[in-house]
Design a protein around this ligand. Structure first.
Ligand code: COA
Length: 156
C-alpha cells in the first residue's frame, strides 16, 4: 500500500499551548531526549506560545508516533516568510507507514495558508529514508550538489 493511503490512519495536528502534554509525550517517545536536554512542560509551553514555532505531532489510536519541528522566519526583502524544517522523526516501529509524509503534507498546508515563500530542510544523502521522503513530497535538492552546510557552535 502506498504511503499516502496508509497515512489515512494517522492523525496529524499542529500543537498549541493547550497541547503541551501531548507535545511532551511525543518528543519523549520519539526522540528520547538526553540527560542534557532542558526539557519540561514550562519550556514547551513557552515554545508553543511563540507563533513562529511549529510543532506538528502524529498520532495513531491516541499514541504519539512522530513529530515535526519547524521555524517561521521573516524575509527582509518582502512581506513574506520562509520556513526551516528543522527536525522530523517517527518512532522506529511505526516507520514506513506514511507518517513522515502526512506530517510534511500538514506543514505544506500551513505554509500555503500563510503564503510562505519557501521551506527548506537539511539532510544527508546517506540518509536514504529522509532523502526519499523529501523528494517524494515535492522538495528539490540543489541539482549541482554544490551547496554545503557550515555550522557554528558556541565558542568555549
Ligand atoms: C525519515 C523518517 C522521518 C521517515 O518517516 P516515515 O514515516 O518512515 O516515512 P513515510 O512512511 O512517510 O515514507 C514516505 C516515503 O519516503 C521514502 N522512505 C521512507 N523511509 C524509507 C526508507 N527506509 N528507505 C527508502 N525510502 C524510504 C519512501 O519513498 C516512502 O514512500 P513508500 O513507503 O510509499 O515507498 C524516519 O525514517 C525517521 O524518523 N528517521 C530517523 C530520523 C531522521 O533521520 N530524520 C530526518 C533528519 S533530516
Amino acid at each position: 500500500m502506498a504511503a499516502n493511503q496508509r497515512s489515512r490512519y494517522v492523525q496529524v495536528k499542529r500543537l498549541g499551548i493547550e497541547d503541551c502534554e501531548l507535545g511532551l509525550e511525543a518528543i519523549r517517545t520519539v526522540k528520547k531526549p538526553t540527560a542534557h536536554s532542558t526539557f519540561g512542560s514550562g519550556h514547551l509551553r513557552k515554545f508553543l506560545a511563540r507563533s513562529q514555532n511549529i510543532l506538528i505531532v502524529a498520532q495513531q489510536a491516541g499514541v504519539p508516533t512522530g513529530f515535526l519541528l519547524a521555524y517561521v522566519l521573516d524575509r527582509i526583502d518582502r512581506d513574506q516568510t520562509m520556513v526551516c524544517l528543522y527536525e522530523i522523526g517517527v518512532s522506529e516501529s511505526f516507520r514506513r507507514q506514511g507518517i513522515g509524509q502526512a506530517m510534511i503534507e500538514a506543514l505544506k498546508l500551513i505554509c500555503k495558508k500563510e503564503n510562505v515563500m519557501k521551506t527548506w530542510v537539511i539532510t544527508n544523502r546517506s540518509n536514504l529514508a529522509a532523502f526519499r521522503l523529501y523528494q517524494g513530497t515535492g522538495a528539490a535538492a540543489d541539482p549541482s550538489g554544490d551547496e554545503v552546510t557550515f555550522v557554528y557552535r558556541p565558542l568555549n
